[in-house]
Every structure is written in C-alpha cells, then in structure tokens.
Design a protein around this ligand. Structure first.
Ligand SMILES: *Cc1c(COP(=O)(O)O)cnc(C)c1O
Length: 366
C-alpha cells in the first residue's frame, strides 16, 4: 500500500488534514449552513430548460469572462444594497467563493507573503492561505466574538499583512462587524482587505454591507456566494465586488474557462428567480431568532447571530453532545471555540427535532 509519506509531496503539505465537515446521510442535516428549502417545481423546470438550451453548445468553450452572469450579479447586489452602484466590470464570479478566495491568494499572496484573520472564523481562510504558500497570521477575536478596532489596527500595524480577512457575519459565531471596524482596518492595512459576506442576506435590519464602502477603496474586496441564502450550494457559484483593477489582477491567475456553460446558465436562471429563492430568508431569520431565544431560555450561552446558524454552549465535552444528537438523527457541527457547537437553521420541523434531541441528550447528564 502506498501512503502519502511515499510520495514526493510538498513539504509544507505533509501532516495536513483535508477539509472534512462530515457528510453523513441523516434525517436532520443542520451542519453546513445550507438553505433547507429546495427549488420549487417551477424553478426545477426552468433550470432544466436552461441546461437544455446550453446543452447543444457544449462542444464550444463557455464565455471565459462570464459577462452576462456578472451583469446579473451586479444587478442583484444593487438591489440588495441600495447605493452600491455596481456594474458587471466590478463583479467577478468563480466556482464557489472558495475559488474566489483562492484566486485572491494566488494574485495577492504567495511565498514570502502573509494573510491575517481574526479567529474563530471560517476555517477555509487559513487552509486556502496555507495551500497558496502564504503564511497565516491569527489575531484573535474578542471574548464576545467581535473585533476591537484599536486592537485590530495594532495587529495590522505590527504584522503589515499583504491580505486581511474579515468575515461578516462571521462563521461560526454569527457576529456582524460595524462598518467602523472595517473602515479602521482598511485605513491601517497596507494590502488587500477581503470582507467575506457569505451570509450577508441574513443580516439583521440596520446592519450595512461592506459594499457601501467600495467607492474610492481599490484595495477592498467583498465576497458573496449563492451557496447560503440563495439556496444554490450545489451550483458552486461565488462572486466578489471590487475595483475593476482587482478583477484585472484575478484574470492573471484564473484558469481559462473556469466557469462552465452549465454553471453560468444555472446561476443566471437562479438569479432570474431570485425573489423566489430568497423567499425563505425572512422565515429563516425569524426561526434563527426563535432558536436563539429558546437556547437562552434553556440556560445556554448563545452568540448573537446575523446569519443562518447559531453558536451555543458551553459544554465541558462538546463531542459527547454532538454524538448524542447524531444518535437521534440530528447532525450539527463541532466547530469554533472548544466548548461550543454550531447548529444551522433548518425548517421548523428540523428545528423541532433539534430541540427535542438536545433536551433528551441533556437529560442524560451531558
Ligand atoms: C459557506 C461559506 C463560504 C461559501 O463557500 P462557497 O465556496 O461559496 O460554497 C464562504 N465563506 C464563508 C464564511 C462561509 O461560511
């Protein structure tokens, strides 16, 4: 049997573990923050027709620059954030926002460069950073999972990172950042600042998007995805908004024809049905607030959430709680600080199952 150790693998990859949120076949999957509402029959039909339309052209390469899709995404962002004033030249798309982040690191990171983030946060930021040969620096979040701007500025001035990652609302804590923090970071950072807004559509009333800060700030990149609120995780479509010069930089590193014709057609069809796809967001925000209130009433510590998941604790042995829930068919996520667990907001029926399973598990004295 050949093992990794026998192969001439890059030294800096030795000993690493692949990204591996468990993908288990369970009745209640509340572990990867997907939108629980599948496309309607009407949308399924429209998606099928869109794929049929491109099927006859699949002998040809797709539009390398995804011009029509980027224009549609810009229109969506302008509706999401009035005043954003975007057009397709300031929007870029790739196979999930993970690929967007990879392209950003390929263009602005690399050997001898550094990227700084504030953990606990999205685990893929340090992973993609490391794989790109960039060195990862962690400046911790505060005890309430926020980021104190004075401390953030000091960390940036001390390290002079080439890239800074801010996640808002943050995964796994749900914490949204006030624009003043993002502005302070932008003023201090010598390089690119990436605001990962994968959960932006779930933010509470009055929480602005970093899209409002783009004008006149060519080193700011705001990333978004269709995987979460947009209920299209299977499509693999992530995107960003930034200065057109940033997109010129990404064109240097992207693979030619990276976005398949099928992906582009499906994403455009989904965007055309955006109102329907985002129709579940209001209910998910309500159900999120309800699960936060319930967990607090049960005596748990719960992080304020602007996203479609909730971080709660604390458990001396969180793995035992995670297993007790799994034994009842409820899969949540062991992520974040050691004594905390994260549950995604599912349908009302799924949340009932979660509440029942957690109540039963705790009766076992966990
Ligand atoms: C889920 C998630 C993403 C989305 O990744 P995709 O590749 O677009 O599916 C990006 N950032 C954060 C913080 C996430 O939680």
């Amino acid at each position: 049997m050949t093992s990794l150790g026998d192969l001439p693998l890059r030294d800096d990859l030795r000993g690493r573990e692949p990204y591996g949120a468990p993908q288990l076949d369970v009745p209640y999957a509340l572990n990867t923050n997907e939108n629980p509402y599948p496309p309607s029959d009407r949308l399924v039909k429209a998606l099928g027709e869109a794929v049929m339309d491109v099927a006859g052209t699949l002998n040809r390469y797709p539009d390398r620059d995804a011009v029509a899709l980027r224009a549609d995404l810009a229109a969506f962002l302008n509706a999401d954030t009035p005043g954003a004033g975007l057009d397709g030249r300031r929007v870029w798309a790739a196979n999930g926002s993970n690929e967007i982040i990879q392209q950003i690191l390929q263009a602005f990171g690399g050997t001898g460069r550094t990227a700084l983030g504030f953990e606990p946060s999205y685990s893929m930021h340090p992973i993609i950073t490391g794989v790109s040969g960039t060195r990862w620096l962690n400046a911790f979040r505060d005890d309430d999972f926020g980021i104190d701007p004075v401390r953030a500025v000091a960390a940036i001035e001390g390290h002079q990172p080439d890239i800074v990652f801010l996640t808002s609302p943050n995964n796994p804590t749900g914490t949204a950042l006030p624009p003043a923090v993002i502005e302070a970071v932008l003023d201090a950072a010598p390089g690119m600042v990436v605001v990962d807004e994968a959960y932006a559509e779930f933010r509470r009333e009055g929480t602005p998007s970093a899209l409002t800060l783009l004008d006149g700030r060519p080193r700011l990149i705001v990333t978004r995805t269709m995987s979460k609120a947009f209920a299209m995780a299977g499509t693999r479509l992530g995107y960003l908004a930034a200065d057109p010069a940033v997109i010129d930089a990404l064109l240097l590193v992207r693979l030619p024809y990276h976005l398949s014709a099928v992906t582009q057609a499906v994403a455009r069809t989904a965007l055309a049905h955006g109102a329907e796809l985002l129709g579940g967001v209001e209910a998910l925000r309500r159900d999120r607030d309800a699960i936060v209130a319930w967990l607090r009433a049960e005596g748990f510590r719960v992080a304020d959430s602007d996203a479609n998941f909730v971080l709660f604790g604390t458990f001396p042995d969180r793995h035992a709680v995670w297993e007790a829930l799994l034994a009842r068919g409820v899969l949540i996520r062991e992520v974040g600080p050691p004594e905390w667990l994260r549950v995604s907001v599912g349908t009302p029926g799924e949340m009932d199952a979660f509440r029942t399973a957690l109540t039963e598990a705790l009766k076992e004295g966990l």
